[in-house]
Design a protein around this ligand. Structure first.
Ligand SMILES: Nc1ncnc2c1ncn2[C@@H]1O[C@H](COP(=O)(O)OP(=O)(O)O)[C@@H](O)[C@H]1O
Ligand SMILES: [Mg+2]
Length: 450
């Protein structure tokens, strides 16, 4: 082998070694890139988890910065959120430490770093190969020595939320794959911020609605209470007025008629045996008329306010009322059960019980065409119960009460109102052809005078 061929062989070996070294270096770079991309993907997975759980912007961006550097995919990461007036609303960093505050101070004083300016006002995305050289007025540029930076605008539906900046190994700062991944992260963060805002808005509106509803409910309660007070005053006034009219009728016309009848009878007595047959006949005819008028007046007085109620109590009044009813409506069989003592009926309920019986029985007489009526007043457990039931034609009771017009059912509404104002529960059970049952029930502990 001559010198020339030895030289050629050596140079061939050197070339082959060189080629091998290059291939090994390329393989190493490719492996590093794969490792880096895996780390980035793992960080992105963590970010996605955070985004799903996100409740408020500050903790979201804090968690994201930590995740982005945790897997060593990026050396440092920071996020600044701004409002429409470019005021900082929240910020977070990982890997920068105290110096990050200087960036915030600069932004607050109108000295935006280059990356922020560009990303917020020009391109959605910016990569810088050598920040210490390019970003001369940035207080943290020195921390990017030997690395590149990538910044992305956080934007969703045209609303700019802020900026995300990460520091990457210099070799990947220009890598399109890296840029795409970072843009995806930025989009996801912006979407999460948007969702938090929407949710916050929804919660606020919900709270406002709840507040408005509570206020309205309170007003309705107050108004209802006012109306209840008014109602009880009216019922009390009505009761007092009835008593007064009954008293006036009794003491006025009632007494007067009795006196006239007595006088007529006296005159008849005096004329008897004298020659005044004509006069006696005329006066005699007056007596039954005066008698009838007296009874009529008595009935009116009793209906207005039976004095027996004040003098002898509710049980005697019910007895009297039932006897009256049975004598007038003799075709109706009246079965009455009283299962309570007089002193067990609270005074506050006596007039109310009488008014309900009076109205219910008058309704039966007017509308029911009933054959049998049962009346019950008694104690069941710790409550007082009143029931008036008939086997008559019935009516659409609940419908009538639900129609909301008290004018259509003045009597029924009055009964209900009296029962409820005194702390009881009122029920009408009636349907056409099935008779009617009126029920009032007062738990003893809830009875209240009105
Ligand atoms: N026991 C009953 N049987 C059949 N219909 C009744 C009975 N009680 C009430 N009603 C019906 O309910 C309506 C309302 O009764 P109410 O409120 O007492 O008013 P009013 O007696 O002034 O008509 C009556 O017009 C009648 O049609
Ligand atoms: Mg009626």
């Amino acid at each position: 082998m001559n010198d020339t061929s030895i030289y050629e062989e050596c140079s061939d070996i050197v070339d082959r070694v060189e080629g091998l070294k290059n291939r090994i270096a390329r393989r190493k770079r490719e492996k590093e890139k794969v490792n880096h991309l895996n780390a980035v993907l793992s960080s992105i997975r963590d970010v996605s988890r955070l985004i799903i759980k996100a409740k408020d912007p500050a903790s979201l961006i804090g968690g994201i910065c930590e995740s982005l550097i945790e897997k060593r995919s990026f050396h440092n990461a920071w996020i600044v959120l701004i409002d429409q007036h470019q005021e900082i609303t929240a910020s977070a960093e990982a890997g920068l430490g105290d110096d990050f505050r200087k960036i915030l101070e600069n932004i607050q004083h109108g000295r935006m770093p280059r990356c922020c300016r560009t990303v917020l006002h020009q391109n959605r995305f910016l990569f810088t190969k050598n920040p210490p050289l390019k970003c001369t007025n940035c207080p943290v540029a020195y921390m990017y020595d030997g690395r590149g930076s990538i910044s992305a605008r956080l934007e969703h539906n045209g609303r700019i939320y802020g900026i995300l900046t990460v520091s990457v190994p210099i070799a990947y700062s220009q890598d399109p794959e890296e840029h795409e991944l970072l843009m995806d992260v930025a989009d996801d963060i912006a979407y999460a911020l948007h969702s938090i805002e929407v949710e916050k808005d929804r919660r606020q509106k919900e709270a406002e609605l709840r507040e408005a509803r509570d206020k309205l409910e309170l007003r309705v309660k107050e108004r209802t209470r006012d109306l209840e007070i008014l109602s009880s005053r009216l019922l009390n006034a009505q009761e007092a007025e009835r008593k007064r009219i009954a008293g006036d009728l009794h003491d006025g016309i009632g007494q007067c008629l009795s006196a006239v009848k007595f006088m007529v009878e006296t005159v008849i007595e005096q004329l008897t045996g004298k020659e005044a047959l004509q006069e006696i006949k005329a006066l005699d005819a007056l007596v039954p008329l005066l008698q009838e008028s007296s009874e009529e007046i008595r009935n009116i007085i009793m209906n207005l306010r039976p004095s027996i109620l004040d003098d002898l109590g509710i049980l005697a009044t019910i007895g009297w009322f039932c006897r009256q009813f049975a004598s007038v409506y003799s075709h109706i069989r009246l079965e009455q059960t009283i299962d309570i003592e007089e002193d067990e009926v609270p005074d506050a309920l006596k007039t109310i019980i009488f008014r309900i019986i009076q109205e219910a029985m008058n309704n039966i007489a007017k509308y029911a065409e009933a054959e049998v009526v049962t009346l019950y007043l008694g104690k069941t457990g710790n409550a007082l119960e009143l029931r008036v039931q008939d086997d008559g034609c019935g009516f659409r009771g609940e419908q009538l009460m639900a129609s909301g017009s008290p004018l259509q059912a003045f009597g029924l509404t009055g009964m209900k109102e009296r029962v409820e104002l005194s702390g009881g529960r009122f029920t009408i059970l009636s349907s056409p052809g099935k008779g009617t049952r009126i029920e009032a029930r007062w738990a003893f502990s809830c009875i209240r005078p009105f």
